[in-house]
Design a protein around this ligand. Sequence first.
Ligand code: HEC
Ligand code: HEC
Length: 456
Amino acid sequence: MKSSIVLSASLATIAVVVGAVLTISLKGQSSVKDPRQERFTPRKDIVDEGPARFVFMGNTPVADTSNATEAPTGFDDLTNGFADQGPAFDTINEDNVVPLRSFNDSRFVFEEVETKEDGLGPTYNAQSCRECHQNVVTGGASQVAEHRTGHTFGSEFFEAPGGSLIQSRATYPDIVEHVNKEDPVRTFRISTNTLGEGFVECIANSTLIAIRDGQPDTMRGTALKVAVLEGDGSARIGRFGWKSQHGSLLSFASDAYLNEMGITSPLFPDENTSSGVFVGFGSGYDPLPEPEDDGTGPSAFANFIRSTKAPARGPITADVIVGEQLFTQVGCAICHVASITTARPGRIINGGAFVVPQALGNKVIHPYSDFLLHNVGTGDGIPFMPTAEFANTAKQIRTAPLWGLRTRNRLMHDGLSFTKEEAIQRHLGQAKDVKQAFNALTQAERAQVMAFLDSL
Ligand code: HEC
Ligand code: HEC
C-alpha cells in the first residue's frame, strides 16, 4: 500500500518519542526486554468475552451449538458476509482500488505486489501476502517456508542477531541475511491457511480455556496469553500461527507486513535489521521513513481474512463417517477438536478493538484444532519469546488445524512430512498414547481414518 508521506512522517516522530520513553522506563529492571518483546507483553490479564461455549463429555469434546448456525464454507473467492462482495474483481486496479470497501477490494490489496518504493524490504521474504497464502484460492496455505534460527545456552534461547526470523531476500545483495554458524537451532515454518480465520478470531477466550481444562492431564494444552497490539492492553488467548503467537488478525497482519515484506506500519513501526545491523530509513538502504504504511494495508488484510469462508469439506462417504468416529474414539479429537462455536454477535473482543459482527458471531466451525500449544515431540526449539517465562514453548507447537488438509502436500510445522501417515507417526509426547491407539486399529479401520482425513 502507498501511504501518505505526511502522516507517515508525523507518526514516525511519535514512534521515536515512544521508543525513547520505553528505553528510559526499562532502565534498572532486572530483565530488560527489547522493544519487540515489550510490544508482545500484555499489560493486563485476559478479559471476559462471553461464556464458554464448550463442554467435555468424558474425553469427547462437544461444542455448545444452541441457536448457532454453521459458518459458510467454500474455496470460491466469495465473501462470508462480513464485507460486501464489491465490484467485479478483474475491474479493480491500483488506481481505483478502495481499501476496506469490499471483499474484492481488500483481496486486491492482499494480492498487491510491493516494491522498494512502497516500502518493501530492505530485508523481506516475499512481495505480497498472496505469494505465501494462495492455495487453492487467495488466503489459503502454501509450500513456502520461513526460516528461523538461534542457539540455546543452558535452558535459555538466544535469537539470531536481529531476531530468529532469517529473511530470505533483500533489496541489496550485501544485506541479505545469512545463518550464523553459532546458531545451530534451525527450523522451517511452513505457510498456514488464513481462510475462515475471522471465525477463529471470534472464539471467546473462555471457550479455548474450557477446551484446555477438559483435556486429560497428560494431554492438556497450553493457552498463551498474548498482547493485542491495537487493544487496551488486555491480553487474549493466542490462536494464530504455529506458536499461537497472536490473538488478533490486525496484530498478525501488521506483524506479517513487517516480517514477511519489510513494510512498517503503526503497530510495527521499527524496521527490521539485516542480522542486527540497522538498514532502515537513513542508512541508505531504505528510501521511506517509518511507518511506511499508515495502517490501511494491515486493516485491509485483516478485513479480507475476516471476510473469507472457512475451508470446505470434500465428499462425505460412509467410510468418512466411520473414519471420523474412529478418529474421535482413539483420541485424536481431544486436540484436533471437530467443532467450536464463536461468541455471540455484539461481544467485545480484542481488548475493546473489535465487536463480534453478525456474519462471524454464533457460528459453528470445524477447524479440527484446539488452537492450543502441545508438546507432541516435534517442538522446533524456538520459544514464543526468548525469555525464561516462555522456555517451555520451545518444545510446543499449535495443534495444526486439519480443515483444508486435502489441499496440502507438505505437512507439520516444518513441511517435512510428506504423507498423512508420516505426520501421524511423528506424533510423540502428549500424543504418544493416542498414536498407539491409532496404530492398534485394524488396517481397514486405519484406511477409514485416512478416508476421513482426505475429506478435510
Ligand atoms: C514468505 C511467506 C509469507 C508471506 C509473504 C506472508 N505470510 Fe502469512 N504466514 C506465513 C507463515 C510461514 C506463517 C506461519 C508463521 C508462524 O506461525 O511462524 C504465516 C501465518 C499467517 C497468519 C496466521 C495463520 C494461522 O495459522 O493462524 C496470518 C493471519 C497471516 N500469515 C497473514 C499474512 C498477511 C496479512 C500477509 C501479508 C502482509 C502475509 N501473511 C504474508 C508466510 C507468509
Ligand atoms: C496432544 C495433541 C494431539 C493429538 C492427540 C493428535 N495430534 Fe495431530 N497434531 C498435533 C500438533 C501439535 C500438530 C502439529 C505438529 C507440528 O507441526 O510439529 C499436529 C499435526 C497433525 C497433522 C499434520 C497436519 C498439517 O497440516 O501439517 C495431522 C495429519 C495430524 N496431526 C493428525 C492426527 C491424528 C490422525 C491423530 C490421532 C491419531 C492426532 N493427530 C492426534 C497435536 C495432536
